[in-house]
Design a protein around this ligand. Structure first.
Ligand SMILES: NC(=O)c1ccc[n+]([C@@H]2O[C@H](COP(=O)([O-])OP(=O)(O)OC[C@H]3O[C@@H](n4cnc5c(N)ncnc54)[C@H](OP(=O)(O)O)[C@@H]3O)[C@@H](O)[C@H]2O)c1
Length: 340
């Protein structure tokens, strides 16, 4: 990572396309002129930035569901901020907002060119980027619409102590299912079973994952919520119940690999078990976000749903926070407090 002088409005821009793991040198921290709000515009100071596995894909030069970030371009990312200058009556000074702010300290918007949503009065910014943001919405629609857990189903969740997995597993538990999480490390597994109400947790880094899944799911898996792909997806496919549903949310175990990726080895089990494996993208549910937010707020208020954030302090930590995610250093949502 290189750093230029005369700090004012710092941006992280993409310096190089990652080869394997993301490195700090894949980004440049550059100074840009302080933006000046014009007619109808607001100046927003970033408060928190979210860090997500999808960012690794956006750094590559290939089309996905969004265009790649270009070399030299501002790194894309969601965040929260506060309006510090305003010529827009809809967004007065002091308004807390969220949106695709990007990895920068300040931005100017008319509220539409970089769409900004007002945060509801009592919403904590970190929560707005986690369980009440795209993370919670991904868990909600992926689990409830694609996975469709029913009472007494056996539900398996990978990446279970991460942001999305931890919410998805709890939603299955609330639906009356028996929930088993897979996560890396004893502390993460203890959080799942002791605090989030998972029925069991498997530490895939130190346990025989295939053996434990088979032992914990003697009647097979009814719903598998997949955040990681790779070998763990193969293990889930080996243990399907009849008419099982696999919700393909992500595949972080393969995000650092390039070239043609190996597919699941045993997908014929989908035929034998008359099962369904379906990918989904949270943005496709945009029209239904309000109904999910209402449900998530209710579960938070009743105490049935819990969440956690791992927060790095300081804007300059953005690359390290992304690297941390791929090393499993986060519990719950990985965030950076831009202005600690
Ligand atoms: N479909 C959609 O619309 C949508 C939207 C948002 C996110 N996603 C996907 O959802 C998944 C979770 O995203 P998130 O933001 O909630 O991140 P997260 O789960 O909070 O963080 C990523 C976690 O992945 C685990 N991990 C890292 N490398 C791994 C590997 N090689 N094998 C297995 N696990 C590994 C780590 O936990 P451990 O310590 O347990 O390894 C890490 O904490 C990602 O695949 C992401 O791409 C999809």
């Amino acid at each position: 990572m290189t750093k230029s002088s005369a700090p004012c409005n710092q941006h992280f821009v993409l310096a190089s396309r990652p080869q394997g793991e993301v490195k700090p040198t894949d980004f440049n921290l550059v100074d840009r002129p302080m933006p000046q709000p014009g007619k109808g515009e607001v100046l927003v100071e970033t408060t928190y930035l979210a860090v997500e596995p999808a960012m690794r894909g956006w750094m590559e030069d290939r089309e996905s569901y969004v265009p790649p970030v270009k070399i030299g371009e501002l790194m894309r990312g969601q965040g929260t901020g506060v309006v510090i200058e305003s010529d827009n009556p809809a967004l007065p000074v002091g308004t807390a907002v969220s949106g695709m702010i990007g990895w920068r300290r300040y931005l100017v918007s008319d509220g539409r060119n970089t769409p900004l949503q007002k945060l509801p009065e009592a919403t904590v910014p970190a929560t707005a980027l986690n369980v009440l943001g795209l993370t919670g919405l991904t868990a909600w629609f992926g689990m409830l619409d694609v996975g469709v857990p029913k009472k007494d189903d056996t539900v398996l969740v990978s990446g279970a102590a991460g942001a999305t997995g931890s919410v998805a597993g709890q939603l299955a538990r609330i639906a009356g299912a028996r929930v088993i999480g897979i996560a890396g490390g004893k502390d993460k597994c203890a959080w799942l079973t002791q605090e989030l109400g998972f029925d069991a947790a498997i530490d895939y880094k130190s346990e025989d994952t295939a053996g434990r899944v088979a032992a914990l799911c003697p009647g097979g898996i009814d719903v598998y919520f997949d955040n990681v792909g790779g070998e763990i997806l193969d293990i889930a496919l080996d243990n399907l119940a009849m008419h099982a549903r696999i919700a393909l949310c992500g595949g972080i175990s393969r995000y650092n690999e390039s070239g043609p990726l190996p597919g699941p080895v045993n997908y014929f089990n989908l035929i034998y078990k008359r099962s369904r494996m379906e990918g989904f993208l949270v943005m496709d549910y945009a029209k239904r976000f309000p109904e999910a937010i209402t449900g998530l707020v209710q579960y938070l208020e009743s105490g049935e749903l819990r969440h956690r954030e791992t927060v790095f302090d300081g804007f300059e930590q953005m690359p390290d926070a992304l690297i941390n995610l791929f090393r499993g250093g986060n519990i719950g949502k990985q965030l950076v407090a831009v202005k600690p």
